[in-house]
Ligand binder design. Structure first.
Ligand code: PXP
Length: 239
C-alpha cells in the first residue's frame, strides 16, 4: 500500500498568519525524502489553505507524483489543465464545511463530473473520484470509466462505537472488493490516523492511502520527517 501525504494543513498554518512560512515547497521535498509516494493537495474554492501559486511552485519539485484534489468546476478544470498534475481527485465541496464531509453525488452530478473527468483524461491526467463506499456510486464511477476511486473513510474514522466502526469497515471492504472486480483502482482516505489506520491496512484491494491532518499534527511533536516515516513504517509493516 502506498502513502500519499496531504500537505494542505502546512498551508493552513501559513495562512493563519499570512506569513511565507511554513514553506510548502520545503514541506514537499522533505515529504518525498521521508517516503511519501505522492503529494496531495486540495485547492479549495475559498483558498483557505492552498493558493493557486502554491500549485505551480510545488509542481516542478515533485519527483513522485502530484495528486490535485479539486471540485468539478470550470475554474478548477482550467487550473488543472494548466498545471497538468499526474493525478486529479475530484471531490465535492461546500463552502461552509470544515473539511470534505461526504463523497461525490454521482447521481445528481453525473454529466458535470463525467465532462470534467473526460477533459482531464484527454490530457493524460489520471482521474479519481472521491466517493462513499456505496455500490451505486461505484457502478456510476465505472460507467464514467474512471480508472481510480478514492473511498471516503471519514464515516469510519468518526464512528462513535465499535459496532458502528465495524459496520463502516465492512462497507469499505466490500466496496473495495467490488470496485477492484470492476477493474477500478481503489484508494482511500480522510480522517485516518496512527491508531485507526490498522484495520484499513487489512483491506488488500486498497492501493493508496491519502493522509494529511494526522501527520501534520504528529509533526508538531516529533517533526515532519519523523511523522511521515512513522506512518510509512506502519503501512509497510502491514504489507
Ligand atoms: N482524501 C481526500 C479526497 C480529502 O479530501 C482529504 C482531506 O483533504 C484527505 C484524503 C485527507 O484527509 P485527512 O487530512 O483527514 O487525512
Amino acid at each position: 500500500m502506498k502513502l500519499g501525504v496531504n500537505i494542505d494543513h502546512i498551508a493552513t498554518i501559513r495562512q493563519a498568519r499570512g506569513t511565507i512560512y511554513p514553506n510548502i515547497v520545503q514541506a514537499t521535498k522533505l515529504a518525498e525524502k521521508a517516503g511519501a509516494d505522492s503529494i496531495t493537495l486540495h485547492l479549495r474554492e475559498d483558498r483557505r489553505h492552498m493558493q493557486d501559486q502554491d500549485l505551480f511552485d510545488i509542481k516542478p519539485v515533485i519527483q513522485t507524483k502530484m495528486n490535485l484534489e479539486m471540485a468539478a468546476t470550470e475554474e478548477m478544470l482550467r487550473i488543472a489543465l494548466k498545471l497538468l498534475p499526474e493525478d486529479v481527485c475530484i471531490v465535492p465541496e461546500r463552502r461552509e464545511e470544515r473539511t470534505t464531509e461526504g463523497g461525490l453525488d454521482l447521481v445528481s452530478h453525473f454529466d458535470q463530473i463525467a465532462n470534467i473527468s473526460d477533459e482531464l483524461h484527454q490530457q493524460g491526467i489520471q482521474v479519481s473520484l472521491f466517493i462513499a463506499p456505496d455500490f451505486k456510486m461505484i457502478d456510476l464511477a465505472s460507467k464514467m470509466k474512471v480508472p481510480v476511486i478514492e473511498l471516503h473513510t471519514g464515516a469510519y474514522a468518526d464512528s462513535n462505537s465499535q459496532d458502528e466502526r465495524d459496520d463502516y469497515l465492512l462497507k469499505l471492504k466490500q466496496a473495495a472488493e467490488y470496485a477492484k472486480k470492476l477493474g477500478i483502482q481503489v484508494n482511500a482516505g480522510h480522517g485516518l490516523n496512527y491508531d485507526n489506520i490498522f484495520p484499513i491496512l487489512d483491506i488488500k484491494e486498497i492501493t493508496e492511502l491519502n493522509i494529511g491532518h494526522a501527520i501534520v499534527s504528529e509533526a508538531l511533536f516529533i517533526g515532519w520527517d519523523a511523522a511521515i516515516r512513522k506512518m510509512k513504517m506502519i503501512i509497510q509493516n502491514k504489507k
